[in-house]
Design a protein around this ligand. Structure first.
Ligand code: FES
Ligand code: FES
Length: 149
C-alpha cells in the first residue's frame, strides 16, 4: 500500500512490487501521463513530484509515498489557458506532448522569477514534440506568461 497526495486529495493504492507510477495512475483512470519512449527521453509521461517535473515511466510508485503528485488533471485551468496560447501560435498540432509540457511550464512559473527564452528552453528539455518544433511553443509560452502578469 502506498499513500500520496494526488491532485490535492490524499489517496492510497495497492501496488505490485516494482510498479511504476505511470501504471498506478493510468490503472486508476488518471490518463494524462502517456507512455511514449519508456526510457525517460520523450516527456509525455511527465508528472510533478513535490512540484518538480519527473518522468513517471521511470519512477517507482513506492518512491512517492507521502509526496505530492500532480498531473495535468490537477492544473486543468492553467493547462487550458496555456493551450489557448498554443492554438494562437500554431503550436498545437497532435497535442500528444501537451500535458507534459503544461506541467513543466507550470513548474517553471512557480519556480522562476525572470523567465527568458533560455529558461523556457531549459524547461522544455526532455519534452519531445514531433509536430511543431519548439519556436512556436516558446512564443506561446512567453505570450501566456506575459498575459498572466
Ligand atoms: S514515456 Fe516516460 S519519458 Fe517517454
Ligand atoms: S504537438 Fe504533436 S508531439 Fe507535440
Amino acid at each position: 500500500m502506498v499513500t500520496f497526495e494526488l491532485n490535492g486529495q490524499i489517496k492510497s493504492f495497492h501496488i505490485d512490487q516494482g510498479e511504476f507510477l505511470i501504471d498506478t495512475l493510468r490503472r486508476h483512470h488518471v490518463v494524462s501521463p502517456r507512455r511514449g519512449c519508456d526510457t525517460t527521453s520523450c516527456g509525455v509521461c511527465t508528472v510533478l513530484i513535490d512540484d518538480q517535473p519527473m518522468p513517471s515511466c521511470a519512477l517507482l510508485t513506492a518512491r512517492v509515498n507521502d509526496k505530492k503528485v500532480t498531473t495535468v488533471e490537477g492544473i486543468a485551468d492553467f493547462a487550458a489557458e496555456l493551450s489557448a496560447y498554443f492554438g494562437k501560435e500554431g503550436a498545437d498540432q497532435c497535442g500528444f506532448c501537451n500535458p507534459g509540457i503544461a506541467l513543466s511550464v507550470y513548474a517553471m512559473a512557480q519556480t522562476e522569477e525572470n523567465i527568458d527564452d533560455d529558461t523556457i528552453r531549459h524547461y522544455l528539455v526532455g519534452h519531445l514534440c514531433r509536430c511543431s518544433g519548439y519556436v512556436s511553443q516558446t512564443k506561446a509560452i512567453k505570450a501566456f506568461l506575459e498575459g498572466r502578469k
